[in-house]
Design a protein around this ligand. Structure first.
Ligand code: SF4
Length: 433
């Protein structure tokens, strides 16, 4: 049996076709193969399946064997609740009942060993993380100026939505709290963004600023990372650091500790992005808050000054440790990387500056270069332009990346017809620069 990743790639490329019979004899048709998920949870999201003519929109899980559903405990995991179809591969003759955590039966399709062998023998193209959409053709016929104006329009729309959300939080909790939550969210990356925001709500900036000597211990303790024996296996400076953290946290614990632990996701990070380090970085920002706040909200807005300030932040322990319990690394580990700083600017600060800074216009926004291209941007690029190579010229600017994400969200994620009924291609053909 090929590896699970290879089976997913075959499935996503349509190697087994679109029409199947379920194990219960229902007619199954894949309308939309959806979005290939490389993180935790079901393998494909935003899938549309017709089962006996009825449309179902949700997730799809693919396992080499039907028994993997139970063995991997998907049946009790709420993350698999919206799975609308389970796909597995032949070889196991036993009957399996695939149910979600609410005891609802999930239709199953089993690909036979003969179908798998045949698919493996066919010549294969490299499988991309997304499928090209119907708007590839009209975009191919648009000139660069029209594409730039389209992307700027979409980026502006996204910035307005983001700025509105920021001011809603600022109105309820104050501008500093909104800014603090926005940077916490950024530090959480995709998988822990919400958890970091909740942490910033539980350990509020104002409370932390009232206790500057304890803010680091309070944040790490509120995050759930400290316990009485944390220092026992450590030596030297680490032991001293951990003991001090616990002794400080112990005094503030009653005020900040919640009976509801924060749901951290631990997998899929590079060591430098471990949740311990992200919370520590937030604590360092608290120490430097007046200057950080000044650069973040200064008008005219200068991304350069903010980047310099953020990337120069230092901490004697965290510049050489990946986690609270790890051994000292001889190399220097930046607390706040340039990519991270640009993420904060792209998602929160530039949208605000676009609203109220006459010096920061769309052209200035478009000139901000992106240092990386995350999976969502890559996926949007393939959907709209047809391939990673063709999308590349439109992924260099932070503003263009934001624009692609907005189009993807407004159209691709709303569509359940595999592009057939999506209005975007027709809107594109009428677009004038
Ligand atoms: S869903 Fe719409 S916007 Fe997305 S790729 Fe298909 S046609 Fe384009």
């Amino acid at each position: 049996m090929p590896a699970e990743m290879e089976l997913q790639a075959l499935w996503f490329s349509g190697a087994f076709g679109r029409k199947f019979l379920s194990t219960a004899g229902q007619e199954v048709e894949i309308v939309q193969f959806g979005e290939w998920n490389r993180g935790a949870g079901p393998d494909f999201h935003h899938v549309v399946v017709l089962i006996d003519g009825h449309s179902h929109h949700g997730a799809l899980e693919l396992d080499p064997c039907a028994s993997d559903w139970e063995n991997h405990q998907h049946a009790t995991n709420p993350a698999y609740r919206d799975v609308v179809l389970h796909v597995s591969f032949g070889g196991d003759e036993r009957e399996h009942f695939i149910r979600n955590d609410q005891h609802q039966l999930i239709p199953q399709v089993v690909i036979s060993a003969a179908e798998l062998t045949e698919a493996l023998q066919r010549p294969r193209r490299e499988t991309a993380i997304a499928r090209a959409g119907r708007c590839v053709a009209p975009l191919r016929h648009m000139n660069s100026a029209s594409i730039v104006s389209l992307l700027q329009e979409a980026a502006l729309h996204r910035a307005q939505l983001k700025a509105r959300r920021f001011w809603q939080i600022a109105e309820a909790h104050g501008r500093d709290a909104a800014l603090f939550q926005s940077v916490a969210q950024t530090l959480g990356y995709r998988s822990n963004a919400l958890t970091m925001q909740v942490l910033a709500q539980r350990a509020r900036l104002a409370s932390l600023r009232e206790r500057p000597e304890a803010s680091e211990a309070i944040l790490l303790g509120t995050a759930g990372f400290l316990h009485p024996t944390i220092h026992e296996k450590a030596n030297g400076e680490t032991r001293t650091y951990l003991e001090k953290l616990w002794q400080t946290w112990w005094k503030h614990r009653a005020q900040f500790e919640s009976i509801h632990p924060l749901p951290w996701k631990w997998n899929g990070h590079r060591p430098a992005n471990h949740p311990h380090r992200r919370v520590a970085a937030l604590a360092v920002l608290v120490d430097h808050w007046p200057k950080i706040r000044h650069h973040a909200m200064a008008r005219p807005f200068s991304p350069k000054h903010l980047l310099e300030r953020l990337t120069s932040l230092k901490h004697p322990f965290w510049n050489h440790h990946h986690t609270l319990g790890s051994t000292r690394s001889s190399s220097f580990i930046a607390l706040f990387g340039k990519t991270q700083a640009l993420e904060w600017i792209a998602n929160h600060l530039a949208p605000l500056a676009l609203q109220d800074d006459p010096h920061f216009d769309l052209d200035a926004y478009t000139r901000l270069r992106a240092l990386s291209c995350n999976e969502s941007v890559r996926r949007a690029g393939i959907r709209l332009f047809g391939s990673e190579t063709l999308a590349k010229p439109w992924q260099k600017s932070i503003a263009h990346q934001q624009a692609l994400l907005q189009v993807y969200r407004d159209f691709c994620l709303e569509d359940t017809s595999d592009c057939a009924l999506c209005p975007f291609p027709e809107q594109l053909s009428q677009w004038q620069a």
